[in-house]
Design a binder for this molecule. Structure first.
Ligand code: ADP
Ligand code: ADP
Length: 215
């Protein structure tokens, strides 16, 4: 691989495409923090903060949290010391204003994105993936009741927004609000595409390949 390894990355794709799974698997190779706005909002919710309470209601309905809330969260997070050399954003940006705000914040800091990876998955597989999703209560590792079952004895949690109804709403939001950011990045030559329907190992290998990193 001759191209330099991309370090300021965005993972984009529909709910259930495998963004979180892949981000966690690639931490060792990419050595940049995994910044998931969904995880940050769930933490705020678990702590019972005012923001967490408001966001929680929207999340359970499959609605998006207001742009200004998530933008402020991410701008602050990427200015922390561990994100100086790069980051892997997961679940952000989800709207055009979020994408533009990220560009502005990076420009101000004299920085730029290296790559935006689209993990593709058809609507048909999404509902099954999402309703079967579980997470290790201690480590956050993501499992699936059918495709990657948790080992016996591991305590798992099931997200309250991982219902068939909320997923349909989230998918609708994805197509209306998030998919339009794809041409925005493609036109700047930043977009890389990976088939999210392949087995997880294959998706990881392909991701590293498009990022110019070694497997
Ligand atoms: P996202 O972060 O994009 O919403 P996740 O990484 O949480 O998606 O994955 C959603 C569900 O699908 C999880 O239960 C996960 O175990 C499962 N999953 C992820 N990648 C694959 C894959 N390549 N094949 C089959 N199941 C997968
Ligand atoms: P998924 O794994 O299904 O893609 P996430 O964990 O990324 O979902 O997000 C869960 C919920 O958190 C979303 O449905 C939305 O309500 C909220 N959320 C997360 N990121 C954002 C964002 N960038 N903008 C607005 N809402 C967000």
């Amino acid at each position: 691989m001759t191209s330099a390894q991309a370090k300021r990355l965005i993972l984009v794709g529909p709910p259930g495409a495998g963004k979180g799974t892949q981000a966690k698997r690639l931490l060792d190779q990419l050595r940049v923090p995994h910044i998931s706005t969904g995880d940050m909002l769930r933490e705020a919710r678990a702590k019972g903060t005012e923001l967490g309470k408001k966001a929680g209601e929207l999340m359970d309905r499959g609605e998006l949290v207001p742009d200004e809330v998530v933008i402020a969260m991410v701008v602050e997070r990427i200015s922390e010391p561990d994100a100086k050399t790069g980051f892997m954003l997961d679940g952000f940006p989800r709207t055009r204003p979020q994408a533009e705000a990220l560009d502005t914040a990076l420009e101000k800091a004299g920085l730029a994105l290296d790559a935006v990876v689209l993990i593709k998955a058809d609507d048909a597989v999404i509902e099954r993936r999402i309703t079967g999703r579980r997470a290790d209560a201690k480590t956050g590792r993501i499992y699936h009741v059918e495709f990657d079952p948790p080992p016996p004895g591991v305590e798992v949690t099931h997200r309250s927004d991982d219902t068939a109804e909320a997923v349909r709403k989230r998918l609708d939001k994805y197509h209306r609000e998030t998919a339009p950011i794809i041409p925005y990045y493609r036109s700047r030559g930043l977009l890389r595409e990976v088939d999210g329907l392949a087995a997880p190992d294959e998706v990881s290998a392909r991701l590293l390949e498009v990022l110019g990193a070694k497997a």
